[in-house]
Design a protein around this ligand. Structure first.
Ligand SMILES: Cc1ncc(C[n+]2csc(CCOP(=O)(O)OP(=O)(O)O)c2C)c(N)n1
Ligand code: SF4
Ligand SMILES: [Mg+2]
Length: 351
């Protein structure tokens, strides 16, 4: 059995959002992950963010690969579209779905094994193409589902539960995403809901490839003293560059003059990101500086979290390809096939 159905008990006083749904309407089946697994906290953050953003569940497509992390879409947004693909192959399926219908919110949920090991080739291309999506990697440094082998994000020198030392260099997913051209790049920790929920909301409001690397401890195989992805390690080494609030476009924007270090960033949909800086020298608009900052702090053993980079002018794959606004399933046969005469003309121009 991979899931347990949740009893549909509605408390009459559950608050409804602007599209008349309660938080309960964004939940899924009961999770069968290990108690304390970071992935469940991320599912809860996704539920909270979608409810607060008034996302309509039927306008969301959740896609994942294979792994404990990739199982989680069953545990949230139970009224949305879902596709549990093949290990490491979620990005190409998401790209195809997005090209066929741009009106949905695409939520890719993956693991570090799924995206940095077997699926790294697919990951790099979905980022460089600027597919409009929210891509979350639930990063625990191991293959949780297959009993705790090191993944490609495991730090060099970190140890497995049985004491084996990892000799390989790690892939840093945020550095990779920045280098590949992702236009929204952030890192967070599953145990920090206050930071994670606004980051997911901001990623939803962003148009373009939004990438979130969420350190998510695997309590069964990677939560011991030699691990750099354990709850204790991340709490001790977390270096937050900023805190963000998301103000939706419908709401009045109130500027907080008292805070000297508050930056407001307008996203394409009109929502405003309020970046409350914790580090004076941190500029979330500078891709190169972000890459240097991450590397410098990584060398000191610090896990940098927060909104690391955002390009508010970003376009997406549809803009690059100049595609039609109308989903394929809403186009008539005549629009999908221009007819023999037009095709002959196109062929003729290529001869
Ligand atoms: C093609 C293929 N190769 C290998 C596997 C076995 N397998 C299943 S899940 C997994 C790793 C999952 O790790 P990760 O993506 O980090 O997810 P986690 O379980 O840690 O959340 C592997 C190797 C598979 N299912 N398919
Ligand atoms: S094995 Fe690890 S990743 Fe999988 S559910 Fe358990 S704690 Fe989570
Ligand atoms: Mg993993």
């Amino acid at each position: 059995m991979t899931y347990i159905a949740k009893p549909r008990l509605h408390h009459p006083s559950l608050t409804e959002n602007k599209v008349c749904y309660t938080r309960r309407d964004y939940e899924g089946k009961i999770s069968t992950l290990c108690a304390g697994c970071g992935h469940d906290s991320i599912s809860a953050a996704i539920i909270q963010a979608c409810w607060e953003m008034d996302v309509e569940p039927h306008k969301v497509a959740k896609l994942s690969g294979i792994g404990c992390s990739s199982k989680t879409p069953d545990y949230f947004l139970g009224n949305s579209h879902g596709f549990n693909t093949v290990h490491g192959r979620m990005p190409s399926v998401l790209t195809g779905a997005n090209l066929a219908n741009r009106t949905l919110l695409y939520l890719g949920v993956s693991g570090d094994g799924d995206s940095a090991s077997i699926g790294v080739g697919q990951f790099v291309h979905v980022m460089r193409r600027g597919v409009n999506m929210v891509y979350i990697v639930e990063n625990n440094g191991v293959y949780g589902l297959t009993k705790g082998q090191f993944s490609a994000t495991a730090d060099q020198g970190s140890t497995s539960k049985k004491g084996v030392v990892n000799a390989d260099s790690p892939i840093d997913m945020v550095s990779l995403a920045l280098q590949l051209g992702a236009t929204f790049v952030a890192r967070s920790f599953s145990g920090d809901k206050k930071q994670l929920v606004p980051l997911i909301k901001a990623a939803i409001a962003h148009r373009g490839a939004a990438f979130l690397d969420v350190i998510s401890p695997c309590v069964a195989f990677n939560n011991h003293p030699g691990s750099t992805k354990s709850y204790d390690y991340v709490r001790e080494h977390n270096e937050a560059v900023n805190r963000i609030d998301v103000i939706e476009k419908r709401e009045e924007i109130v500027v907080d003059f008292a805070a000297g270090e508050l930056v407001e960033v307008e996203q394409h949909d009109g929502s405003v990101l309020r970046l409350r800086k914790l580090r004076d020298d941190y500029d979330a608009h500078d891709r190169i500086a972000a890459m240097n900052y991450i590397q410098e702090h990584q060398a000191r053993g610090e896990v940098v979290t927060g909104l690391l980079y955002v390009d508010t002018e970003a376009g997406d794959l549809h803009e690059h390809l100049n595609t039609t606004d109308i989903p394929f399933n809403a186009l008539a046969a005549g629009e999908l096939c221009p007819g023999a005469a037009v095709l002959e003309k196109i062929n003729g121009s290529l001869r």
